[in-house]
Design a protein around this ligand. Structure first.
Ligand code: MN
Ligand code: MN
Ligand code: MN
Length: 285
């Protein structure tokens, strides 16, 4: 059996392995294919594809597909739309994502000011921690707090400062989910709702959301996911068939940022068959 991972992060956003390292690791784990789906950027895709070319020449082939995980707002919640197979050079997509990143930069500066007001001095360099081309998220603040010995864990940083009711929280501006879906389709991609159960929506609200996204052009939903337990996979499969959405899946690998999650394997028992990829690819316009 061949297996794939269609939800993967690198240093282009908040993962800890470079795009090339992610591809090498996927090949060493004998995965047949991955899609690189960094938060609000396709910047890592070219490097990942280049590494795949090299590995092919060396006799360890692995398919690498472009992707992106776009944050969108739904009822004051952050929901994530994964765009598989998008053209990583699509101008409209990249320009819009750049604008949302600029928004985040702005937000990051405002969060820094809030920390300053509490007498906690953090700099942009503390957040980047050596990285250059990366999307700074609240997780970066959490890690900087640990590195500076201000908190003992990232989670403590969120609890004390960064959570929605914390003193350093600044809301971001979000794309509407319909907008994200439209952008992905215009860039030749297949839009997929990421980790539907993580939003903790009551069942009827999840149905409402799916109805809304389906009529906006959603084509897939993550049935296979690292955080699934019990009957989760079966339940999302039922939703997929009810809304005629293709099943997708992946680990949401972040490297050392989420150390219990391995590429392709998730927390140990994740398995995304190659046929899932083939089926999604066949939906590409
Ligand atoms: Mn992340
Ligand atoms: Mn996500
Ligand atoms: Mn993710």
């Amino acid at each position: 059996m061949k297996y794939v991972d269609l939800h993967v992060h690198s240093t282009a956003s908040d993962g800890t392995l470079t795009p090339a390292e992610v591809v090498e690791r996927a090949a060493s784990l004998s995965l047949a294919a991955i899609a690189l789906t960094d938060h609000d950027t396709t910047n890592g895709v070219a490097e990942a594809k280049k590494k795949a070319e090299e590995l092919k020449k060396q006799g360890t082939p692995i398919e690498v597909y472009s992707g992106v995980e776009i944050s969108a707002a739904y009822k004051r919640r952050d929901i994530h739309i994964v765009g598989l197979f998008v053209d990583e050079n699509n101008e409209l997509l990249n320009r819009t994502l750049e604008a949302t990143r600029a928004n985040r930069e702005n937000r990051n500066l405002r969060i820094l000011e809030r920390f300053e007001a509490l007498g906690i001095h953090l700099t942009m360099e503390d957040l980047l921690n050596g990285a250059t081309d990366t999307v700074v998220t609240r997780a970066h603040f959490g890690r900087a707090l640990v590195n500076k010995g201000i908190t003992s864990s990232v989670q403590e940083g969120f609890e004390k400062y960064l959570s929605e009711d914390g003193p350093c929280y600044v809301a971001r501006e979000y794309l509407e989910p319909e907008h994200a879906i439209g952008l992905i389709k215009k860039a030749g991609g297949v839009p997929v709702l990421a980790h539907p159960l993580l939003y903790q929506l009551p069942h009827d609200e999840l149905l409402t959301l799916l109805e809304r996204l389906k009529s906006a052009g959603l084509q897939g939903i993550e049935v296979y996911y690292s955080a699934n337990h019990g009957s989760d996979e079966m339940n999302v499969k039922a939703l997929a068939s009810y809304f005629s959405l293709a099943a997708s899946g992946g680990s949401d690998f972040h490297g050392a940022m989420k150390p219990t999650i391995e590429l392709g394997k998730g927390k140990g028992n994740l398995k995304v068959p190659y046929s899932v990829l083939q089926n999604l690819f066949s939906l590409k316009a």
